[in-house]
Design a protein around this ligand. Structure first.
Ligand SMILES: [Zn+2]
Length: 354
């Protein structure tokens, strides 16, 4: 019988974390879990959940008061009602009835679940402004309508808006870290606009530079050197760089030359032979439907990561999500929204589908 992550000694935190980096900041999710609303305990003078304005929160300490706190950290514990103190951009204390520093900004979290932000490891964020436009599409419809028809029509401004809308939607759903699988590299202006939309949103994101419509303006993959220089000169920032590509040893070499991890879609048997010597822990394989045993072993032995998009894989007809296959090879799959043209952008939908 397959064992649950807990039975294997893997914490819920590590399971949810998947292959992506964990983050220090929490998220506020309107109470949909089994926690009693506690509006009666709302602090006078506190900022209410419906009225949280980021501009009202200064640089000083912030106290999330009276939330249902799910730390997902055994060392901290979970609380039906507790506070979270954020100071200097870091969580400095978690527990019931914390003392509030005099200059604190109080946020009433009494009808909220307070928990670590979710990580979405694969989302095509340029499509944020055309979300829900293809709710019943099969993969052929998506390739024809979205990639074939919409993508060539996109101007840099459209990319900016798409990324911004998608990022704000992610934050609104408690997704505070997201990988933008950006195959809208029609021109350098398109790539820069995507990065601009992400930056404007304030989300923590991995911008994965991908190709787009072919033509003289398309700078993929070499333009990744300029992107590294102009936008990602430091890794100590909210936005970091990756390469969104395919099974290509040449591209992977270039990505590593600029210190960018690799992310690729993968399906079907016997696809990995040409990169067998290049596989490593800096590579994430998306979907992985219908892989053969040798491919699973190669991914696991190389320390690679797997990202599964269960709703899209089932809806588009990509195949049965390989959740069990990944677990059977010791791989902890992360979850990803993929395309908002088809499915909602929250990770509760992902978890329910899994
Ligand atoms: Zn995808």
């Amino acid at each position: 019988m397959p064992r649950t992550p807990a039975a294997r000694g893997v914490s819920r935190r590590r399971f949810l974390k998947g292959s992506a980096a964990w983050i220090g900041a929490g998220t506020l999710v309107p109470g949909t879990l089994a926690c009693a609303p506690q509006g009666a305990q709302r602090d006078a003078g506190a900022v209410g959940p419906a009225s949280i304005d980021p501009a009202s929160i200064g640089d000083g300490p912030v106290l999330l008061r009276g939330g249902c706190v799910l730390s997902l950290d055994p060392a901290v514990g979970d609380f039906e009602t507790a506070d979270v103190l954020i100071d200097g951009g870091r969580i400095s204390a978690v527990g019931p009835d914390l003392d509030a520093p005099s200059d604190v900004t109080l946020v009433d979290a009494s009808e909220m679940v307070v928990m670590p932000g979710f990580v979405d490891t694969h989302r095509h964020m340029w499509q944020g402004a055309i979300r829900n436009s293809l709710p019943n599409g099969l993969i052929g419809d998506y390739i024809s309508d979205i990639l074939g028809t919409m993508r060539p029509l996109y101007r840099p401004d459209d990319v900016y808006i798409g990324d911004l809308v998608s990022a704000l939607g992610a934050i609104n759903a408690g997704v505070t870290t997201v990988l933008d699988w950006s195959h809208i590299g029609n021109s350098p202006e398109h790539t820069d606009a995507a990065i601009g939309g992400l930056r404007e949103s304030g989300v923590r994101a991995v911008y994965a530079f991908g190709s787009g419509v072919a033509g003289p303006q398309n700078g993929f993959p070499e333009d990744i050197r300029r992107l590294r220089r102009e936008h990602f000169s430091s890794d100590d920032q909210l936005l970091t760089l990756a390469m969104a590509t395919g099974v290509s040893a040449v591209d992977w070499t270039l990505a590593r030359d600029v210190g960018a991890p690799v992310t690729l879609h993968l399906a079907g048997p016997n696809q990995l032979r040409s990169v067998a010597d290049a596989m490593g822990p800096d590579v994430t394989y998306i979907h992985c439907n219908d892989l053969d045993e040798a491919s699973w072993t190669m991914i696991a032995d190389s320390g690679g990561h797997v990202s599964i998009s269960t709703p899209v894989e089932m809806e588009m007809g990509l195949g049965v999500p390989p959740i069990q296959e990944a677990l059977d090879h010791g791989l902890r799959p992360s979850l990803s929204v993929d395309v908002e043209t088809e499915v909602p952008g929250d990770l509760f939908t992902q978890m329910r589908s899994v």
